[in-house]
Ligand binder design. Sequence first.
Ligand SMILES: [Ca+2]
Length: 514
Amino acid sequence: MKKIVISALSLLLLLGSCNKKVEEPNVLVIMCDQLNIQALSCYGGVVSTPNIDKLAAEGILFKNGICNYPVCSPSRGSFYLGQYPNEHGIIHNAMNVDYPSVEVPETEEAITNADPTFPKFLNQEGYSTHHYGKWHLTQERVNYFPDEYGEHLEYAVEMKEVFEKVKKQPRETYMNWYDWILPTKRSDKYEKAIELADESFKKRKYSEYVKNMGRLELPIEQNFDVRVADHAIQTISKSDDKPFCIIASFNYPHDPNVIPAKYYDMFDPDKIELPDNHLIYEEKFENDWSRTIVNNIGDDGVKEFLRIYYGSVKLVDDQVGRIMSALEEAGKKENTIVIFTADHGDMMGEHGMVWKSNSSFYNGVMKVPYIISYPKQIEPLVTDVPISLVDFAPTIMSLTNQSVPESMTGKDYSKWLLNPIKDNIPQEYVLCQRMDANKDRIRVKMGDDEMVGLALMNEEWKYVKYKKNEQEFLYHLSTDPDENVNLVNNPQYASGLQMMRDALKNKLEEVNFN
Ligand SMILES: [Ca+2]
């Protein structure tokens, strides 16, 4: 009897080793751009997002997930490399290749084939790796994404004829968003809101993207995010036994704030309520672009912005539903690790701001949706445990049965994901940075000299420090989740402040901050 058992076991082991690749989990990254968690119903937000909610109900939803830098390229660099912005040095937005209409220094450094990203490691391990949508990290196009689909590259080429035709129409009938020429209809109420804006505001470089918000007069099939989902679905549908890593990277709800009629008509701006703290401002951010926009477009303008924002979240939710259906139909849902997240958040009227264009570390810009689903191995859970985007790369290395490369300083959450007990929590605090970009956009290791601002957070506290200690903020998130009261000068909270200052010092050592 014993002998038979051993033989059966040997056979299983043998089969296991032959089919190793078949058993490796697939990886599906669904990335949004500039998504405030307060928009999503699974985070208690205002937009009903049944598809994202379903993913959350089947996986782990992190209520305290943050980005490590509330700007596109630095944040994405951390996500793919598992390094903090001060380590990888991409602290400007990479525009040279991804945005051909923008002039930037030729020296601009971003991701190259040499960079140790997690998709590169997965590719080396035999994964079929694909990137569709916004990458925003291109110095050279990497060879492990053989069928890359980029927003201002492949999509712009597909849309060339459409855009050229639209460009012949009167100037006020379209938005020119980095050479995407988008036919747009503004609402009467929004036209009036814009008329009231300062003339100096109307002339500013980026006001084009504010002035021309509205209904996008293009069929849904011509929408960039829909095409990103199309590519992901096709690749899932034709995938074989080889494990895949597919990144579907949407542009919404990032500007251009224009959406197809179906989504534009879903929300009535007159019924949209501004957040409770939309009139609570900090002096420090008063001249930031996010505040300037609100000061110029007024409440009616902000409500139109939110109507478009909510509609774009609905469009994203529909694409998530399409992609997840394809995964299910392919019979691969059980064995696929899915992460739904965003590169950073956005302001939806909190503290009198819209867009991420400000120097704050408010939850609106710093928090991101962070949902990980892996039905075969991970039990559903909603958690307060903090996590940040830099932690995903080491975690995915472990979950795909590889060792974590030394280059990755993010924390490996795999042990906790598989067994979410207190002893397995990898860190108490998460860190977000803002650093000073050098004009040539060369990647260098950074520290105090380049620091603009730092924010350290756990489920109870957030501590923010700006350069040369010029200003500090302390929020007790447990009692003030909307960050309305800065406690830094309140003697009752002196011990909390000292605790957070000390914790920040420790964290900076951990992340190789010079
Ligand atoms: Ca972004």
